[in-house]
Design a protein around this ligand. Sequence first.
Ligand code: KIV
Length: 264
Amino acid sequence: MNRLTLTQCRQMKKDGDKIAVLTAYDASFSTVLEQAGIDVILVGDSLGMVIQGQESTLPVTVENMVYHTQNVVRGSKKAFIIADLPFMSYANQEQAITNAARLMAEGGAQMVKLEGGPIVIDIVKQLVDRGIPVCGHLGLLPQSVHRLGGYRVQGREPEQAQGLIEAAQQLEQAGADLLILECVPASLGKVVTEAVNMPVIGIGAGVDCDGQVLVLYDMLGITPERTPKFNHDFLKGAGSILAAVTDYVKAVKSGEFPTAEQQY
Ligand code: KIV
């Protein structure tokens, strides 16, 4: 097996080697990401917004995810590939197992990602028991955007922050091997990262996470109208997409990204 493994990701956390992650949705971009030295590619349901032009990730289907995951996998050989379980595709255990199995068997993903804390714990256990690696997703949950009242920073209140720390630990105990932590204060990003053994990949969660992820189209400056504070346009001045992604990988690995201005 030539692809990066979860054992290697865990070792990177122990060694303090940062994990560079980007989203991708097709073979051409996944090839470029790999040439630039990306460790992990996330086939995110953000494709609903950046590929399909939807207002949120909610309309994305399992079919969409299988199709885009297949394309990303075909374009890559070394990266570890995570695929998102889309909105309501894991609302009960049977559904979660069927859909996660599709992303792995048909799509070719090495791991599935799902959003939420206590509500998904039993589902995480079931998936892991059946040999499906799981990445959790806490903080800002795009699939819950309407309940959250918009794309807002999470965990600013002490009680909410404590809830996120405990949810991360529960996910790990249930068998999750990775965690995406989105849009929380940098101080909380650090605490969550230190509270678990699994690698924590931040997006707007501060420089102390074990790695960073951005939406590819955001970091290439293609979506300026909805660019969050934690984003950086790596294409500006880079000269090519390969150079931009290479700069991103270097900036994540060296701890230069995110800067103090790119965190909460
Ligand atoms: O769907 C996605 O791209 C994601 C990232 C925002 C982490 O989940």
